[in-house]
Design a protein around this ligand. Structure first.
Ligand SMILES: *Cc1c(COP(=O)(O)O)cnc(C)c1O
Ligand code: SF4
Length: 528
């Protein structure tokens, strides 16, 4: 089709994206009748493209329209009476306007398509996360109602509710107490009584307020209330690693540069899948200062150590004074460069994060970086109170890291785990580890999830959610052992590795640096 082109641009200087796009647009095929409305729209965008000299939008819209007409009706621009030279000119103009010389073919025919396909991968997550994985934000109203009911039943004042001491004082420890605040069947009350003879139960009123009434296998209930499975599960208890890895009193160490101080065995609650079930199931203890001195002496003498993790039980079960002492002593040791404190208490009792504790963290973090390691397993544990506590902690620590346990019915779907990861980030926390639930204690064997399910979930995050929201998937079996899938397969004939994209399954060859070349002199060495 002949037409007037005013400007004298070289319309044949197309890149491969434009060339491919134009080939597609002008492919010969029978075409259906194109509605006049579509033709008019295409022509309107063409006119706008001609007059607009700064914006690429009209040109992009023009080509989107032409692409749709080709896709739906099989008609080329020629078939609808649009001049080829003119649209080639517009394609050339697009490239000139775009700062990075992106061609309209690249943009409309490739990039927009890639984004559309990418969006499809998260479609179900975006549509269903609120109903399939509701967070403590989405469940706020019910949680508030629960709180009112629990406070009334326990006769607990607001001040008591808002203090850690109050939360511990009114903690629920028996089936009967639980039945006061939740409607639960007598059979469950009996089973709880049977289990708490062996394993303790302790639920802070705050944590109990997160339980959704009437939900079978509510994620909060599952984590805090022992069921009959726990005593009925048969199997061999693998002995705790305690003595193999405890070179000194209170110390666990299996890495050269990191030691943990198990500063107490106390926890604000007894998680039903706890790896330390054996340590926490007897009675609470707090050590004397002398005991801590023995542990600190070990750390002072082992100059290979650089990182100390204060844990438990739960480190925040200790008093602020005790924690201050531990931080101060660690900060005085020259070879100790960084510290961590491990606690799930902000999740079970966010009231514990008081000003004094924040000040202790601020002071110590100022001297040497302090990281806070926590454990959140489900978005139902993330409430406005929890977010507030971590926001404050984020200002006085160098990082907040989450170690989740992969638990059946709690976080073992793609939607639940993606949401957990994203919401953690929004609460100033970085997903760090995801543990496969341990085989060690048969008591919680029913809570485990097959490794293949965990691998698929973690794998599904790549390329779909933020990279730094993806936890490392591990087994704990005398140290942390990676469980990720291997996306790198054997080398093909030409010496390339084959890499599999987790989000699409596409395999791409990836030429490697050859070992021979790696050993050759290079850079400034060539001028010696
Ligand atoms: C988890 C753990 C550590 C810390 O390991 P990182 O991989 O550095 O987080 C250190 N010591 C013991 C005994 C542990 O269980
Ligand atoms: S907070 Fe940690 S140590 Fe304490 S019971 Fe729960 S999982 Fe076990």
């Amino acid at each position: 089709m002949q037409c007037e082109t005013e400007e004298n641009l070289d319309i044949n200087k197309m890149d491969r994206f434009d060339r491919r796009f134009f080939e597609f647009l002008y492919q010969k095929s029978d075409h259906k009748k194109v509605p006049q409305k579509d033709i008019d729209e295409a022509k309107e965008w063409l006119e706008l493209s001609k007059t607009s000299n700064k914006l690429t939008k009209p040109i992009v819209e023009l080509f989107v329209k032409l692409k749709n007409i080709k896709d739906i009706y099989g008609a080329s621009p020629k078939d609808i009476g649009v001049c080829e030279d003119e649209i080639k000119l517009m394609a050339s103009k697009h490239k000139n306007i775009d700062e990075h010389n992106v061609s309209v073919g690249g943009r409309v025919y490739s990039a927009l398509q890639i984004v559309q396909d990418a969006n499809k991968r998260v479609e179900d997550y975006v549509s269903y996360h609120k109903t399939k994985a509701p967070s403590g934000f989405e469940l706020q109203n019910q949680m508030k109602k629960n709180r009112i009911k629990i406070q009334q039943k326990l006769n607990m004042s607001d001040d008591e509710w808002n203090s850690y001491a109050g939360q511990i004082k009114y903690a629920i420890t028996s089936g009967e107490e639980l039945a006061q605040i939740l409607e639960i069947p007598q059979k469950l009350i009996d089973d709880i009584q049977r289990v708490v003879g062996v394993f303790r139960m302790r639920i802070s009123p705050y944590y109990a307020s997160l339980i959704m009434p009437g939900v079978v296998n509510d994620p909060i209930l599952l984590q805090s209330v022992p069921t009959g499975d726990m005593v009925d599960n048969k199997g061999i208890n693998i002995e705790p690693v305690a003595s193999d890895h405890s070179p000194a009193r209170l110390i666990d160490q299996f890495y050269p540069r990191v030691a943990t101080i198990k500063a107490t065995n106390m926890c604000a609650m007894f998680c039903t899948y706890c790896l330390r079930l054996d340590h926490i199931s007897d009675k609470d203890w707090v050590s004397s200062k002398n005991t801590y001195e023995e542990a600190l002496d070990y750390i002072r003498q082992d100059t290979t150590l650089r990182d100390v993790l204060i844990t438990g039980g739960d480190a925040l079960a200790l008093s602020n004074k005790r924690l201050e002492y531990l931080f101060e002593e660690l900060d005085k040791i020259p070879h100790i460069k960084i510290k961590r404190i491990g606690s799930r208490i902000p999740v079970m009792t966010p009231q514990r994060i008081d000003d004094k504790f924040l000040e202790i963290c601020r002071k110590s973090n100022d001297i040497k970086p302090l990281r806070f390691v926590t454990q959140i397993n489900t978005v139902q544990e993330i409430t406005p109170e929890v977010k507030e506590a971590f926001k404050k902690l984020s200002k006085v620590t160098s990082a907040i890291l989450n170690q989740a346990v992969l638990l059946r019915g709690i976080n073992d779907t793609k939607i639940k785990m993606w949401k957990l990861s994203e919401l953690l980030q929004e609460c100033y926390i970085r997903p760090y580890y995801l543990f496969n639930c341990s085989f060690r204690n048969p008591e919680f064997g029913h809570m485990r999830v097959p490794i293949s399910v965990g691998r698929d979930i973690v794998e599904s995050m790549y390329g779909n959610i933020c990279g730094d929201a993806i936890p490392r998937y591990l087994a704990t079996a005398g140290g942390k052992i990676p469980l990720h899938k291997d996306n790198v397969s054997q080398i093909n004939e030409s010496g390339d590795y084959l890499l599999k994209k987790p989000w699409s399954g596409e395999v791409v060859p990836y030429p490697d640096m050859s070992m021979d070349r790696y050993k050759e002199p290079y850079g400034f060495e060539n001028y010696k």
